[in-house]
Design a protein around this ligand. Structure first.
Ligand code: R5P
Length: 295
């Protein structure tokens, strides 16, 4: 396939996983800061008339967005045929409403920025809650890759007699899909979030965990409070030691250690964000999504 895969700094591992699966050329992009903090970008690979695939994991996005936008603009300026973005984790999707007066709905604004900069987008399980699909806010063709098949394979191979638990209503899309693939029971709890770290979860139905290993599944672990609140309920009920599984290992501060301290036997994530907890590879599925966009 005659395309060039370029990594935005920090996404080299993810870019190489994709490049090898596409059998594409590894492009060379250089980004540095001038002494005054402004950004210099350069693309050292020939891109004229070719498809360029920019890979940029968008966790901790503030320092990545300008390099991404400038590299996309440079590739187009150098004559690239199309420039696509592979963002295994797509940021800002949780700000999908004006929850308090005066707030910005940043998922929309970010979608506008990306839609103006690249020709297509591939991402893994974006946080779709109040937006029904990426098409609601992105003006370019998008491809949503699902991690559920890979998660189901991992759970099926590693967890005896699992019961899947979604900590909130949004997580039903993941727990239902995983449970369905391995023919396991699942339940969905109710969450109330009052602040970044102020979360409560109601869990009336945990007797159904008897005889099973609880597997908590969510799209994102950030502060960890959603899963920790759920772990507390499971500990109170004396269930088997639970396992926490997330698509995106955002992990702010000490969230990973706090989950283990709260009783998680293991914390396992997909490799959309590089983290020592990555055990589930979604690169094959990402490559399928990218091939669909390139064809
Ligand atoms: C939001 O509803 C997401 O699906 C996750 O439940 C949430 O982002 C997890 O955040 P935290 O780890 O900070 O509780």
């Amino acid at each position: 396939m005659s395309c060039v895969v370029l990594s935005v700094p920090g996404s080299e591992a993810s870019a190489e996983r994709l490049r090898s699966r596409l059998d594409a050329e590894a492009g060379q992009a250089f980004v540095r800061h001038f002494p005054d903090g402004e950004i210099y970008v350069r693309i050292d690979s020939p891109v004229s008339g070719r498809d360029v695939v920019l890979v940029c994991g968008l966790d901790r996005p503030a320092d990545k967005i300008l390099p991404l936008l400038f590299l996309a603009a440079t590739a187009k300026d150098l004559g690239a045929r199309r420039v696509g973005l592979v963002a295994p984790y797509l940021s800002f999707m949780r700000q999908d409403s004006r929850f308090h007066p005066g707030e910005g709905i940043t998922s929309t604004y970010f979608a506008g920025l990306v839609s103006g900069a690249v020709d297509w987008l591939v991402t893994v399980d974006p946080h779709l809650h109040r937006w029904a699909s990426l098409d609601a806010i992105y003006k370019i063709p998008t491809e949503t890759v699902h991690a559920a098949p890979a998660i189901a394979t991992w759970v099926g191979e590693h967890v005896p007699s699992p019961v899947l638990i979604g900590p909130d209503a949004e997580s039903e899309q993941w727990v239902a899909a995983v449970a369905g693939r391995i023919d396991a029971p699942y339940m969905v709890l109710e969450k109330t979030r009052r602040g970044d770290r102020d979360v409560s979860v109601t869990a009336p139905d945990l007797d159904r965990c008897n005889g099973h290993t609880p597997v908590l599944v969510d799209d994102i672990i950030s502060t960890g409070r959603t899963m920790i609140e759920t772990l507390v309920h499971l500990r109170d009920r004396g269930t088997r030691e639970p396992i926490c599984v997330a698509v995106h290992a955002v992990f702010s501060d000490r969230a990973h250690d706090e989950l283990l301290a709260a009783g998680a036997a293991r914390v396992v994530t997909c490799n959309t964000i590089e983290h020592p907890s990555n055990r589930i590879c979604v690169a094959d599925a990402v490559a399928v999504g990218v091939r669909a966009r390139l064809s």
